[in-house]
Write a protein that binds this ligand. Structure first.
Ligand code: 6GU
Length: 227
């Protein structure tokens, strides 16, 4: 998969060199390119924003540099992703959908946003999605793009070493939250690992884990269980 990221803060993405994403890049599974929006400015001051028409607080990102940047980066089969608190909610199903794409382009704007005509222009010519991480506000799209890239790239075959570890986790298998995990030692600071996990009884372990998943979901995410 090819991923292009356009941002005024390329340094945010330096961390994509570490861990599993870094390895996937080294192995050529993930071709990830970070671009500075200011490369596509024409003026001496590399201006990327201006005051909003109609008034109001904050600045809006100018359309021209975005137009130039996206003209040069978007391929015919690319999906343009615009992180925005006004977008559709990002989810595991959307991550799975995006993991099947060949080319993703992220347009990271500041949170007051990019001139709407940029989205309108490219939506008329290709696939564009505004995507939100949830109901809170970040300063810009960079951290959101990073979360989306991590969620998507770990679903690409070969990125996560053991494919079974993708199956059991939260939001994948049964729509319940994941059960709690334990490792050695069996007693730590007077806290005991639940005895069933040491029993060797695989049926009992599966039942216990399902109960734990259910309990956690009722407690933390009742919305996942339906009305
Ligand atoms: Cl995608 N962007 C910004 N700026 N804030 C957010 C978000 C995205 N998702 C949640 N909050």
């Amino acid at each position: 998969m090819r991923v292009d990221i356009v941002t005024i803060f390329p340094a945010f993405f330096d961390v994509l060199n570490v861990s599993l994403i870094g390895k996937a890049r080294d192995r050529g599974i993930l071709n990830l390119n970070v671009h500075d929006l200011r490369e596509w400015t024409q003026d001496r001051h590399h201006t990327v924003d201006d005051t909003p028409y109609g008034g109001g607080a904050g600045m809006v990102m100018k359309p021209e540099p975005w137009g130039e940047a996206l003209d040069s980066l978007l391929s015919p089969d690319a999906v343009l992703l615009v992180p925005s608190p006004a977008g559709e909610r990002f989810s595991q199903p959307l991550a799975r959908e995006l993991a099947g794409e060949d080319h993703l382009v992220f347009a990271c704007g500041r949170y007051e946003g990019i001139d709407q005509r940029v989205v309108d222009h490219f939506a008329a010519r290709g696939r564009v999605r505004l995507v939100s991480l949830g109901d809170y506000v970040l300063n810009g799209g960079e951290v959101a793009a990073m979360a989306i890239i991590e969620a998507v790239s770990r679903l690409i075959p070969g990125v996560v070493g053991n494919p079974m570890s993708l199956v059991e986790e939260s939001h994948e298998a049964d729509g319940l939250l994941e059960y709690p995990s334990y490792t050695k030692p069996a007693v730590w600071r007077d806290l005991h690992v639940p005895p069933v996990l040491l029993s060797g009884n695989h049926g009992a372990i599966a039942t216990w884990r399902h109960e734990q998943s259910m309990q956690r979901t009722v407690q933390n995410r009742p919305d996942l269980l339906g009305e």
